[in-house]
Design a protein around this ligand. Sequence first.
Ligand SMILES: Cc1cc2nc3c(=O)[nH]c(=O)nc-3n(C[C@H](O)[C@H](O)[C@H](O)COP(=O)(O)OP(=O)(O)OC[C@H]3O[C@@H](n4cnc5c(N)ncnc54)[C@H](O)[C@@H]3O)c2cc1C
Length: 490
Amino acid sequence: MPQDWLKGVDDYYDVVVIGSGLAGLTGANCLAKCGHKVLLLEHHYQLGGLATWFTRKGGHIFDISLHGFPVGMIKSARKYWSQEIADSIVQLKGIRFVNPQFDLTTTFDRADFTRLLIERFKVPAGTVERFFTDLRAMNFYDHNPETTGGMLERYFPGRDDVKRFLMEPIAYANGSSLDDPAITYGIVFSNFMSSGVYTFRGGTDLLIKKMAGELRRNGVEFRKRVMVEKVLVDATTGSRQVTGVVANGRTIRCGAVLSNANIKGTIFKLAGEENFAPEFVAQARAVRINTSSCQVYLGIRKGESIPHIGDLIFVSDSVGFTTDELVDFHTTSRTFSVYYPETRPGSERYTVVCSLNARYDDWNRLSAEEYQREKDRIIEESIACLERFVPGVRTRIDWAEAATPRTIEHYTRHWMGTSFGTKFEGLKVSMDLPAQLAGLYHAGSVGLIMSGWLGTINYGVITANNIDKYLFGQKRGAAAPTEEPACAKL
Ligand SMILES: Cc1cc2nc3c(=O)[nH]c(=O)nc-3n(C[C@H](O)[C@H](O)[C@H](O)COP(=O)(O)OP(=O)(O)OC[C@H]3O[C@@H](n4cnc5c(N)ncnc54)[C@H](O)[C@@H]3O)c2cc1C
């Protein structure tokens, strides 16, 4: 008999959450704290989505996406999770850039960037000040059509080196390019500039364990190894409404669904396009999927160490800067995240994760043999590049393995293995979802802005508030209570 991963689950919940990425986890936690009966279903064997980890022979633990996030995570963690989680968030101070145009180390905040732009890049102080002030004032509701490339050219005409300095890390952080709307750059970059780059001390495994503990304490029922196959819809009453889900072959009824799955997957695979107006379907179809990533995981043998070479190192051999080169199949641009023993206090272990941006199609079209060969290539290129910083490191590595956009697709079911959701237009489609199909909500990487650890956690909160209001409205229809929706108090 196959194991019943839904054993003990009830037949009805106020909300079913599909997926345990940071948006799904946070949305579930907020809704449960507001008193709703919540079931969270995750198809993978562990929680976290892309915020996850894996272990390997030799005592290695590798983090997938714990590379760096803005200081805002401290507030969000405290407000929507716990003080204990917030207290483990610490700053990474050694951010390095090494490329043919410049070689420098920075704390990646406004003060240090101002110093470097003026002293190193010889940009007039007034221009630098104006750039940061204008960027900070950028507003999502301004509907400014300018692209990031256009905006950077306006402040720093002809300065490819300055554009690289300002843009390269953001392209790694949310997959955005010079052709995307300036707002998608402005918001994410300003978040980092407010106080630098932060990480979670203890590793993703500890963070997710603490989050699971909070979910349990707040009464969220959660199950792993459960694939949601379908969102059920009642179309008999004129206006369509979500009534439940089918998961691992079983029907579970609910008042609302929060999908943390990819937005396109939510519309076209889980709900079905027949449940949406044709204009909305056209809009959803036109949403461009964002790029993806490759990673090379390098484990340093127990008992061996490496010197402090920086926390995040943006390396490239490309003479000039283009965001196309960053996603090229043969890119020389990569980011090393170096995990010293302080990442997991007491572990005395070192690991290095090398991240490259990538296009799904380049990896998806390979035969099994080519796929293995190309994975070996990126492993070898990454080790050779790391040797420039730690000569002889090759002999200290006893585990090396590569992940590609296909790996991401396999573990998260993301449309075309995207690691950064969708381009900007995806945000509107995500936000308009419940107006199309009552009770269906989305939260997760979308629109470049609502991406990354901070963006998805905050989007989970926003969506939880919307669901709370919806459920409150449903109940009011039934029993006319007079109090405020509970999440209004969050
Ligand atoms: C290589 C890499 C490096 C990154 N580095 C950083 C970084 O340094 N800083 C940063 O802030 N961000 C980083 N990110 C981005 C960040 O990890 C993501 O934006 C964020 O974790 C995504 O969260 P999410 O809520 O969108 O859900 P996801 O993590 O995408 O999770 C969605 C979940 O839904 C589940 N699911 C999907 N469909 C179903 C279904 N039908 N039934 C059940 N479950 C389902 C999936 O299995 C998955 O667990 C990185 C991403 C990658 C790939």
